[in-house]
Design a protein around this ligand. Sequence first.
Ligand code: F6R
Length: 608
Amino acid sequence: MCGIVGYIGKKNSASKFVLSGLQSLEYRGYDSAGIALLSKKPQVIKQVGRVEGLANQVTDEKADSHIGIGHTRWATHGSPTMLNAHPHYNTDQTVFVVHNGIIENYQELRERLVSEGYSFVSETDTEVVPHLIDFYLRKHKNFFTAFGLAIKDLEGAYAIAAIYDKEPETIYVARLSSPLVIGVGKDEHFIASDATALMDRTKKVIYLDDYEIAAITSDNVSVHNIKEAVEVKRAAEELDYDHEKAELGDYPHFMLKEIHEAPQTIQAAIRGRVRADTNTIKLGGLEAVSQQLKYIDRIVIVACGTSFYAGLVGEYLIEEIAGIPVEVQLASEFKYRKEPFSRSTALIAISQSGETADTIAAIKKVENYGVLTLGVVNAVGSTIARITDAGVYCHAGHEQSVASTKAFIAQVTVLTEIALHLSEGRTPLYKPVLQELLELPDKAKQVLENAPEIEKLAKKYSSYRDFLYLGRNYAYPCALEGSLKLKELSYIHAEGYAAGEMKHGPLAMIDKDFPTFAIACDSELMEKTISNIQEIKARKGPVLAIATEGNKKVSQHADDVIYVPSTLEQLQPLLVCIVLQLFAYYVAVEKGYNVDRPRNLAKSVTVE
Ligand code: F6R
């Protein structure tokens, strides 16, 4: 949700770094982009649309600078226009600011500044920041002081970078509830919303905490906490993973590539953790809290979107395998709920990006209750990975496409491991689930071999305006996730329902123009789902179903069937979801939409 990038160094190569950084952060927003450089005189270049268009405008190498900041925007306040694009600046065009987040009190600040004679050109919340800095600068004549005072006035969430024409040796940054990382190079520093944007240049990073501001020159970073008014000593940390630059290879879209990575994703999530010879699970990330885990009698899972649906699969898994009661809550609701907690509750936060504002707020909410917090996170070193007491990384690698696919597969794999770990081997399911998990990479490969068939069916069903997804038990969260994938990529209205709920309302919608995607793999409840399919057929609703290979019953009722290899019901979501992801992908491609960059969305939702 907006990406910010900056460079300060001894080389005149700011625009090169900023533009390539923005390109790798484009998943955070792609409405408009802009860059500010301080060469002989300040230059601000903006573009509505993609970073590529901005890069085409920044072609004058002689005009490059040793200092620059850039931004790729996901519009919150004001539509994507040149005037609303960042960087924003003061009237004299000496102070330039990029911002990620939401300044909640911007109306009040704007009114205050207007009454002081300031005028505004954009509809954004961000534009108050350069004017506010300007306001304090006139009083205090010192930029760092003015910057700190302006930041103190802001309420909401922000990662901010500012440069000042009269101090072209320094980038000023601030952070509150939005990610910001400083990369340490030789005679140069980089800033970015996400470490992936600077990992090509350095593995040494400094993370800023909430209420911290920093003045960054080419060879120094000085950090202050503005709440406590103290200087903070912060050593650089080494990033402990290799970042593979996202390359499309032979795939037309990142989403298709990432779905096809499912077998390796499952493999990476179980490698070194699941041991077939000894039937053991080793989750290194939970070792430090193993004593506390023994006393946990309630688990609350918090997450958003696709990660929330992975959490729902986790609920079924942990309850059935480990016998611990689990509740899954939307992080955005959980953070405002007034519910009781005890010290024997553990909170599991699930997040691909590790930067989702609502999920971070949910973790912070329980900080004072002595609740053990665990992260199931993909992005290494992200905020959620750092603020939780312990956790298990997903190891899915960088997910580029906005719609989460391989991360969901990794999350469900990790939650299966956590369920097995918590059960301490006390359930008869322990050994079969553990052994079968090791077979899943091969079975996922078999599902992917069916892609041409899924593509054919996606074309057949792509012209409907509505879709119902149905499932029971483990297939229910899959139905919810399948419907989310379809709506976010193809803009088709889709709803996920527990199949048992059909007769309590949704059946009323069914007619020949309202198809159903029924998940009816072999399980104790399959016959009941088949009854639901019959009820839909009796009302002329078209039915596409997923069934287990070799099953003869589902095809007697459904119009079309996609088969997946036989596996334990507890592990079916890992195969079923590949089908649902491919189906949504092919429908969106058929409709001619940008599958990797669905309209109105951004990958990392760092605002409420
Ligand atoms: C949907 C999707 C979103 C994310 C949600 C949470 O395909 O990607 O629903 O799952 O925004 O994001 P993370 O997992 O980064 O916390």
